[in-house]
Design a protein around this ligand. Structure first.
Ligand code: COA
Ligand code: AMP
Length: 243
């Protein structure tokens, strides 16, 4: 199979990224689809790479959605959910604080996720401006997943985003991330999530105020086997079969 990855920039700033794992016969149509993904850009890079080994995951994390009246209530709920899977309240609050301020030590967003030690709360990612990115993950049959999500009442405008984030969170849980906290850096998208193998993918709104361009991801991890975890997140090719 082939890994196809697209990233686009505007005035030197990353504005869009997407990826697919496809059979060679579908390569051209997928590239055409990815070309249309960013609305505006002045530079685009498309990487096409063959992949030797693919692992199948039969089921994505189960999806749950919760809406709250305020960011404070939504974040309290996220802390509660993380506590259910063994993340101490103090660490969840630290993670929320980090994402609210912008987890990049130079200010603003990182280019990937924070790895937070679930024991000490220390940051384990080797480069705190970059973080770690989860890549090489896709759905086996995107169209059937899209249809199922529409049938479940997910709004069309949220489809791509939900499918991408759910695939990413499912791969993370598979690789050994104990729990994840995320909200987007898109100023118009305020739904975030917490996820883990046992919690599933728990969408929570609003995790930030409209108009706020700061977001990010915190992966709660154990420092044992850290290199193996990073290798899995960055390198292992995964196709998810079903919702
Ligand atoms: N945010 C900010 N900058 C990014 C970036 C991101 N998400 N992805 C890439 N870049 C920029 C960085 O400058 C990076 O340099 P760095 O490694 O020093 O940070 C540079 O592009 C090259 O990155 P690289 O990792 O080689 O890109 P890639 O070709 O492997 O593509 C993407 C990675 C764009 C596919 C990935 O980041 C992404 O956005 N994936 C989509 C996530 C997703 O939705 N997956 C589920 C699919 S179903
Ligand atoms: P997004 O959900 O695309 O708005 O991304 C929110 C934040 O998640 C970004 O600001 C990055 O810090 C981080 N991020 C983006 N892409 C990835 C990825 N592939 N893996 C891990 N973290 C990512």
């Amino acid at each position: 199979m082939i890994s196809v990855r697209m990233r686009a920039e505007l005035e030197g700033k990353h504005i869009s990224g997407a990826e697919r794992l496809v059979e060679e016969k579908n390569l051209e149509s997928v590239i055409r689809e990815l070309l249309k993904r960013p609305k505006v850009y002045d530079r685009m890079v498309i990487t096409v790479e063959s992949v030797e080994e693919i692992q199948l995951i039969p089921r994505a994390l189960s999806i749950y959605s919760y809406d709250f009246r305020s960011v404070e209530e939504a974040r309290e709920f996220a802390v509660e959910k993380l506590r259910e899977v063994g993340v101490r309240e103090e660490l969840s609050r630290k993670a929320i604080e980090l994402l609210s301020k912008g987890a990049n030590p130079k200010g603003g967003n990182m280019r990937g996720a924070v790895l937070m030690d679930v024991e000490s709360g220390g940051r384990l990612e080797p480069d705190q401006e970059r973080g770690i990115r989860t890549v090489r993950v896709d759905w086996k049959d995107r169209n059937s997943i899209k249809l199922s999500l529409l049938k479940r009442g997910i709004k069309r405008k949220y489809l791509n985003r939900l499918m991408d984030a759910l695939a990413l969170a499912t791969k993370n849980a598979h690789c050994g991330v104990l729990a994840e906290l995320c909200w987007s850096d898109d100023e118009d998208y305020v739904t975030g999530y917490v996820a883990s193998k046992s919690l599933g993918y728990v969408r929570i709104a609003p995790m930030k105020e409209f108009g706020n361009p700061i977001g990010g991801r915190v992966y709660f991890v154990s420092r044992n086997l850290l290199n193996k975890l990073i290798e899995c997140l960055e390198k292992k090719a995964i196709l998810i079969e079903n919702l």
